[in-house]
Design a protein around this ligand. Structure first.
Ligand code: PLP
Length: 234
């Protein structure tokens, strides 16, 4: 079944494959503009509030990484999908086992108990989980660790078997002030340098350019690929 993609501003391609290709071109353009190798930036398609059929079509169109914020929403939607699945939401310790069952990467570890619960579940299930430390770089964000605390936090969780702490994730400030966004992402990049690992997950539909300028290795794009959320929900 082919579903129409959600409404986007005028000029956006109307096929999902076209939007994914267009997004890859924009990422590559931003990378080159800032003297970076386009292949050093991974695209995660954020599928929250989008139907499973659309996610299947996106994977068919070559999208290899997908992400969700809610376990309950992802569990049926992501069943048996051939893609790398990223958990982006708040980790409740009593859901750790189910999170490890459904996902391959947890980007949102901001409490020791959460990281340890994911580690424990990984060992129980015989799975190695990749995880990122979520830091808070925006006054409008509820979650995320104080960036200054991130290196010691990562060191503690690296003692946890079954868990690979592989970098940092952050959500940019909710503002149209490009300078504010840029400074927040620079702080994320400095924190990433101290934490270590391979992944700096910053940048969404409205701020991926600044994120790439600041060294993002992973952008998480929802709206610019799938259209406005809620379009399919009736
Ligand atoms: C929703 C969401 C995204 C994608 O946001 P868009 O603005 O639609 O691209 C990325 N990361 C997280 C953590 C999100 O919750």
């Amino acid at each position: 079944m082919k579903l129409e993609v959600g409404v986007l501003p005028e000029g956006a391609p109307n096929s999902l494959a076209g939007r994914i290709a267009g997004m890859r071109e924009k990422i590559a353009g931003a990378a080159r503009k800032h003297g970076r190798d386009p292949s050093s930036i991974r695209l995660v398609g954020v599928t929250k509030e989008q139907p499973r059929e659309l996610v299947l079509n996106a994977i068919e169109a070559g999208l290899g990484d997908i992400g969700e914020n809610y376990l309950q929403e992802a569990r049926p939607k992501y069943a048996d999908l051939m893609a790398c699945k990223h958990f982006l939401g708040h980790v409740q310790t009593n859901k750790a086992r189910a999170i490890v069952e459904v996902f391959d990467v947890v980007q949102s570890i901001d409490r020791l108990e959460a990281g340890r619960a994911i580690g424990r579940a990984s060992r129980t299930l015989g799975k190695r989980m990749r995880a990122l430390v979520q830091i808070n770089i925006s006054p409008s964000e509820r979650f995320g660790l104080d960036p200054a605390a991130a290196p010691a936090f990562a060191a503690l969780l690296r003692e946890e078997e079954g868990l690979d702490i592989d970098g940092v994730m952050a959500i940019g400030p909710n503002t149209s002030d490009r300078g504010v966004i840029r400074r927040a992402f620079e702080q994320a990049a400095r924190t990433f340098e101290r934490v270590g690992g391979a992944i700096l997950s910053i940048g969404m539909s409205d701020d991926y350019e600044e994120a790439i300028a600041c060294g993002s290795t992973m952008v998480r794009i929802g709206t610019a690929i799938f259209g406005v959320r809620g379009y399919h929900s009736e």
